[in-house]
Design a protein around this ligand. Structure first.
Ligand code: TRP
Length: 333
């Protein structure tokens, strides 16, 4: 809470390769939050460097990510959209919170364990303290709710523990945030293995439909989607492939499962897969068009970044100054 304002905060990695899973499970619903909360969406370029990045690509993807979120419906007039490295308070608070986060707590983080196996040649301290920077992102804005995927829940819980520990020593410093996890009904599965979540880092690109895939690619990927034995279009636990396609069709058309089953009664998998491909391509076309328009105007995106950073800084400075005062740092006016 900032005064009377309830705050919602989320961070997004600068990666242009967002999938329809990210879109349907999270981004498409982001704009709802701005009705109830003061909302912040941060492109977390400083988190990105915990694994090696090619500078030109990181820069390009920072623009792309901002453009994509705006194209997906995040209105910069109603939401604060900004880039993490443009607000230095994040890393400043991160140092402070490092001193209030326990080594064992960080050692327990499953994402650290996964990433340090995956990037065994570069298990740097930043990878280890990644959740502390994330806690700083969240706590700087006195955040009430953090909409994230289930994979980030553990990090938000750590953030709560750190906030509570700090508040015990220095009362009334931070709002303790709640994670808000997207409903499992919105969980979109891989097209190649429908028991696995659709993931943007899947090596099999046929398993994943990206928001920016062109129409032919989308239709081809759905045509190749793994289905189940039997022939009916029916939502059932023993038909994970078909059920996943029904969910996608339902999300894009707004039709219920029953309506979809009726619509495709007597039809085969081939017809259904083509229909899912078509509704997906139709729904993404306007997003893609808006994305291209936004990305073509770099100066406007930069103006957006500047405005976002100024808005964010106002909040970040207030919290950081309060923290420094509580800790006993001398602050000159
Ligand atoms: N770690 C998050 C992810 O990988 C991104 C993130 C960084 C974040 N800071 C955040 C998410 C603050 C929510 C709130 O998806």
């Amino acid at each position: 809470m900032f005064g009377e304002q309830k705050i919602s905060y989320s961070g997004v990695q600068p990666s242009g390769n967002l999938t329809i899973g990210n879109y349907l499970g999270a981004i498409k619903n982001f704009s709802i939050y701005s009705e109830q909360y003061k909302t912040f969406y941060c492109v977390v370029d400083q988190h990105a460097i915990t694994v090696r990045q090619v500078p030109a690509e990181l820069r390009r993807r920072t623009y792309e990510t901002l453009a994509l979120y705006m194209a997906c419906g995040l209105d910069p007039e109603k939401n604060t959209l900004y880039v993490q490295s443009m607000v230095p308070e994040h890393t400043e608070l991160a140092w402070i919170l490092n001193c209030f986060t326990m080594f064992v707590e960080l050692s327990r983080m499953t994402q650290f364990k996964d990433k340090s196996t995956k990037h065994a040649d570069n298990v740097n301290a930043g990878l280890f303290t990644y959740p502390v920077l994330m806690a700083s992102d969240i706590l700087l804005y006195q955040t009430d709710v953090v909409p994230v995927g289930i994979d980030q829940k553990q990090h938000v819980e750590l953030c709560r523990d750190v906030a509570e520990r700090f508040n015990q020593l220095y009362p009334d410093t931070f709002t303790v945030p709640e994670p808000v996890i997207a409903k499992s009904g919105m969980k979109i599965m891989s097209l190649a293995d429908p028991t696995k979540k659709m993931s943007k880092s899947d090596e099999n690109t046929n398993a994943v439909v990206y928001i920016l895939d062109d129409r032919d690619t989308i239709i081809r990927k759905f045509k190749r989607a793994v289905t189940d034995s039997g022939a009916e279009i029916r939502y059932a636990a023993d038909k994970p492939g078909v059920s996943n396609l029904i969910s996608i069709y339902s999300c894009f058309t707004g039709k219920t499962v029953e309506e979809i089953e009726r619509e495709f009664e007597g039809k085969g998998y081939g017809d259904f897969k083509l229909a899912v491909g078509e509704v997906t391509a139709d729904a993404l076309a306007p997003v893609q068009e808006k994305y291209r328009m936004l990305l073509a105007d770099k100066a406007a995106l930069e103006a957006q970044m500047k405005k976002g950073a100024e808005e964010a800084s106002w909040y970040a400075r207030r919290t950081l100054s309060k923290v420094k005062k509580k800790l006993g740092f001398v602050q000159l006016r």
